[in-house]
Design a protein around this ligand. Structure first.
Ligand SMILES: C[S@@+](CC[C@H](N)C(=O)[O-])C[C@H]1O[C@@H](n2cnc3c(N)ncnc32)[C@H](O)[C@@H]1O
Length: 236
């Protein structure tokens, strides 16, 4: 049995039961996945006292702001079993996806993180939730360069501006992955900037969690040549 299986929120947990119910109404999960997520949340709250994994002000809304925000990606790539989450940090969206994909044949989530403390947390989170994830303690550039496995979907949240994310994801997308980037209110400005450097046809989805959140999806990413970049820059 998992450490947190069917456990109510910890007695002194900063997370709210109302927020958890709201999150699970937005993005319903099985009872097995809920138990894994409970165990993950308990661990995160413990580690949060010594390592900054999420902004402290967001803890009362952890389930809607972070868990549901991550879970909503599954509906945008329902067939995907091999995922890569770039800059996983405290595990959003990667650990949450791995919790939800446990039990799916062939499922695996690569969690790429260069901070050793955060990678240690991710390792512990994957262990206690018995989720199908592999931690890659390395720079994203090295991971992408070395990755030989097929990836169906590459994700990133709160990592870098779109023009940078496109550079990280391009080799994986060119080998068949779909990219899903969780973004905030500046997405239009970031897309304008990104088109200077990239030929892209983004699909923009509103976040199920409301507010200004957007998910930007790419199935093709092509670097503009330098002449094209100059033309785009001049608006021609
Ligand atoms: C702001 S945090 C976001 C974490 C998580 N995705 C989230 O939404 O809560 C960005 C994370 O990306 C990691 N990171 C940034 N650049 C990276 C790189 N080039 N290679 C690997 N990890 C990187 C940082 O160490 C940090 O943990």
């Amino acid at each position: 049995m998992l450490a947190g299986m069917s456990a109510p929120l910890q007695k002194h947990s900063p997370c709210s039961a109302t927020d958890k119910a709201a999150a699970l109404a937005l993005t319903p999960v099985s009872s097995e996945t809920e138990a894994r997520l409970d165990a993950y949340v308990d661990l995160l709250v413990q580690w949060q006292t010594k390592t900054n994994l999420v902004a402290p002000s967001t803890l009362p809304q952890l389930w809607t702001r972070h868990i549901a925000d991550s879970l909503q990606l599954l509906a945008l790539a329902p067939q995907a079993t091999r995922w890569a989450d770039l800059g996983s940090g405290g595990g959003f969206p990667g650990v949450v996806l791995a919790c939800a994909l446990a039990g799916v044949e062939g499922a695996r989530v690569d969690l790429v993180e260069r901070n050793a403390k955060k990678a240690a947390f991710l390792r512990e989170a994957v262990r206690i939730t018995a989720s199908p994830a592999t931690i890659h303690l390395m720079d994203i550039g090295d991971y992408v360069e070395r990755s030989e496995d097929r990836i169906d979907c590459v994700t990133a949240r709160a990592l870098a501006p779109l023009q940078v994310l496109l550079g990280f994801a391009e080799p994986l997308v060119n080998k068949g992955a779909k990219a899903l980037f969780l973004k905030g209110q500046d997405v239009e400005d970031e897309l304008t900037e990104a088109t200077i450097y990239w030929n892209i046809e983004p699909r923009i989805h509103s976040s199920r969690t409301g507010g200004q959140g957007r998910i930007v999806e790419f199935e093709h990413i092509e670097r503009r040549d330098r002449r094209g970049a100059r033309q785009a820059w001049r608006g021609s």
